[in-house]
Design a protein around this ligand. Structure first.
Ligand code: ACO
Length: 708
């Protein structure tokens, strides 16, 4: 394997070759070259075409071999059947990056053909972008090597898109929305270079202030997660994801698996990384535009200035939705806005300057808000009235934005007829953060606050290992070895109990009985009441088979239960091999939780926590995280489920042992992470008791990966 070239050669190439450059205007090879030349690329341009000659006033070479120069980036736009030969020439020549526009590879099942290209290139140190992409746009060297629109606004928003078609559309849309791009790259089939590597470059790219990612599916989530975490410590990342596939969930055998609808996992892991998730492309673009141009608020106090009560109430609702905190020191508000508000208005927040407000009144109120250090952000709203003059509105808001926009975050939304709509679109082109809808305005401010909170999030120590958590890893490995020797992919209940004991997770005391006398002896040793469960690798759903008895209070009940379990199980499955009956301590009630860990097909090791018990799949009150994670994030995970108040204690109950739940989450995650044979661990229920009293696992299901 040759050394990989620096990613900067993809984003800042000094020379570009277009393989498949054409003088026929309808061809993609023509459009790409036209955009490169027309976009004012600062480096050297080499069209490649077997016919040679001149294309767009550039000398065309018959092959890359003829070029007496180093090529940093090659754009390939020839049919799939010729692509491998052309790629070979490029890789042999030492081209650093190859952006393969061509379709017709893994996306149509031609996985082998795609891999052949990647393998050949990897041997020679050439990286492959795509295939099945639109090319590369990067403002660093004024390169538009795409077949999208020629005319692109340069600026501070970078876009990584998996969909090429949407990428092209976004090039046009950003122009209309007056959004400037620092880069727009599509990753297509992600045969080699993936979004994580592109993101790595953008983290340190000074011209990029906000990053938008359009994702259809994550291939190497365990690589993407740490990069996203690093990125959001520096600049906002807004993600839009389509295609919430349930395939992985259906395939998984355990409860954890079926709860892990990939979209829920994706959402929770994005939040873990500090990524902002948008619901539509339009929303994502609006947010990125605002995030790229706004400064961080110095504090949480927002004020609403409005000439209409209704708009003010709508904005108040939106503030709750987007977690924007309204300043509520009534004395300060009165002092600040008394001069701008008539007697029948209100200086409370929303500050209502009333329907008679003129633009002078708006200017006064805005200046009053800007002047105060304890007001940290402004939401300025307006309904069209006869006292509003469009020209003045333009001038006032533009002037205010120029004067204060860089230091005091503000958003504007005005509502009315053609005059207002024209003013809004005019102000947008001047870079004023104005929106057609109140919710859009408050939403933008909300994500600015969200990003600010991410920036100041205390770092979590995710250096946890099974050993550091006191897990006896060799003991677990020994258990797994025996299960493998028995050719099973699941652990029997006594093996799961032994694994839990090695993990330091308490389970009820238990013993295996092979006849009714042994059952009674065990019950007396453990102490009544006890529960009894059949032990058989042929019976997985014990309750369905009548293999479980609860609340057994004395010798007679244990004897009867033993006979009943044997009878029921034989009837349920006459050829089942029954190894005995487990006698276990019956535990006292507490709050039932569920903890799981599994290998997610996109993100690798993930953990789940939620409200447990038999209704877990109905309630779906669970949270997911990618592993590794530290105590802070495990606690965040616990506190984000809807039933969290139950753990804090309701109606005079005591707080539950949340610390122990954090330990248990970290332990199951760390076991899955370090013992590669295990694919799923699920403890349900894990009964949480009052603080200091710990928790007890009633059932643990552990599955192994099939052996290669
Ligand atoms: N080296 C250099 N040039 C070559 C080579 C070679 N080895 N082989 C052929 N060429 C030349 C051809 O002679 C032709 O030039 P000419 O017009 O002067 O004759 C040029 O390269 C292009 O070759 P064509 O055979 O004409 O191929 P065409 O342009 O029709 O199609 C393309 C190539 C665009 C790559 C097509 O195969 C394809 O994959 N289209 C889909 C692209 C796409 O959508 N990508 C995904 C983007 S995402 C989205 O959804 C939008």
């Amino acid at each position: 394997m040759a050394e990989k070239p620096d990613i900067k050669f993809m984003f800042e190439p000094r020379s570009v070759a277009v393989i498949g450059a054409s003088s026929k205007q309808e061809k993609i090879g023509y459009k790409v070259l036209r955009n490169i030349v027309g976009g004012g690329f600062q480096g050297r341009i080499y069209p490649i075409n077997p016919g040679g000659g001149m294309i767009l006033d550039k000398v065309a070479f018959k092959s890359v071999d003829e070029i007496d120069d180093e090529i940093d980036l090659g754009i390939v736009s020839i049919p799939a059947k010729y692509t491998f030969d052309a790629v070979k020439e490029c890789a042999d020549k030492g081209v650093k990056y190859l952006a393969i526009i061509t379709s017709g590879f893994s996306e149509v099942g031609k996985i082998k053909e795609e891999q052949e290209i990647v393998d050949y290139c990897a041997e020679r140190g050439t990286r492959v972008i795509g295939p099945n992409i639109i090319g590369v746009y990067t403002s660093a060297v004024s390169l538009n090597a795409t077949f999208g629109p020629r005319d692109v606004n340069t600026g501070n928003v970078a876009i990584i898109t998996q969909s090429g078609a949407l990428g092209i559309a976004m090039m046009g849309k950003t122009k209309v929305m007056n959004i400037g791009l620092s880069a727009l790259v599509s990753c297509g089939n992600k045969a080699d270079v993936d979004e994580a590597e592109m993101l790595e470059y953008l983290i340190d790219d000074d011209s990029t202030r906000a990053i938008m990612m359009y994702i259809e599916g994550v291939k190497n989530g365990d690589r993407l997660v740490p990069v996203l975490k690093r990125a959001t410590r520096k600049k906002p990342v807004v993600v839009i994801k389509s295609g919430s596939s349930k395939r992985g969930a259906v395939a998984a055998a355990s409860h954890t698996g079926s709860l892990a609808g990939s979209d829920a996992v994706f959402s929770d892991i994005m939040a873990q990384c500090g990524v902002i998730r948008a619901e539509s492309i339009d929303e994502a673009l609006r947010w990125c535009k605002y995030l790229a141009s706004s400064s961080e608020p110095c504090g949480k106090n927002a004020v609403i200035i409005t000439n209409g009560g209704g708009m003010g109430v709508l904005a108040t609702d939106a503030c709750e939705k987007y977690n924007v905190q309204l300043y509520d020191d009534l004395d300060v508000l009165k002092k600040a806005f008394a001069m701008s508000v008539p007697e029948f208005g209100s200086t409370k927040n929303p500050v209502d300057i009333t329907g008679q407000a003129t633009l002078d009144d708006y200017e006064n109120a805005l200046e009053a808000a800007a002047a105060r250090d304890d007001i940290h952000s402004i939401i300025c709203l307006g309904c069209e009235t006869a006292t509003m003059d469009a020209e003045r509105l333009l001038v006032s808001l533009d002037k205010f934005n120029r004067k204060h926009g860089k230091v005091k975050p503000a958003v504007f939304s005005f509502f009315g007829g053609a005059m207002i709509e024209n003013a809004i679109s005019n102000l947008m082109t001047r870079g004023v953060p104005i929106f057609y809808d109140v919710y859009e305005a408050v939403g933008a401010l909300g994500v600015l606050y969200e990003f600010s909170r991410t920036l100041h999030r205390e770092p979590d120590d995710d250096n946890v290992t099974a050993e550091s958590l006191g897990v006896d890893v060799p003991a677990i490995e020994e258990i797994i070895k025996k299960v493998r020797a028995d050719n099973r992919l699941f652990l029997l209940s006594y093996e799961s109990a032994a694994l839990m004991s090695a993990a330091g997770i308490r389970m009820p005391q238990n013993a295996i009985a092979h006849n009714s006398e042994e059952a009674v002896r065990a019950a007396e040793q453990i102490g009544y009441p006890v529960v009894m469960k059949v032990v058989s690798k042929d019976i997985i759903h014990k309750s369905d088979a009548g293999g479980v008895a609860l609340d057994l209070l004395n010798t007679k009940e244990v004897e009867d239960a033993y006979d009943a379990i044997m009878y029921n199980c034989k009837k349920y499955k006459s050829d089942a091999l029954i190894e005995g009956v487990e006698i276990a301590e019956q535990v006292k009630p507490g709050t039932e939780t569920i903890i799981g860990a599994r290998i997610d097909h996109s993100f690798g090791p993930t953990v789940m926590f939620g409200l447990g018990g038999i209704y877990v799949e109905v309630m779906k009150d669970v949270a997911f995280r990618a592993f590794p994670l530290g105590r802070k994030e495990a606690l965040a995970m616990i506190s984000e489920i809807k039933s969290y108040p139950l753990l804090l204690g309701v109606r005079g109950e005591k707080r539950k042992d949340i610390n122990l739940l954090v330990d248990a989450i970290l332990k199951v995650g760390a076991i899955l992470y370090s013992i590669k044979d295990i694919s799923d661990i699920e403890i349900n229920p894990l009964i949480a008791y009052d603080e200091g009293d710990g928790a007890i696992a009633l059932d643990a299901r552990i599955l192994l990966k099939p052996q290669q």
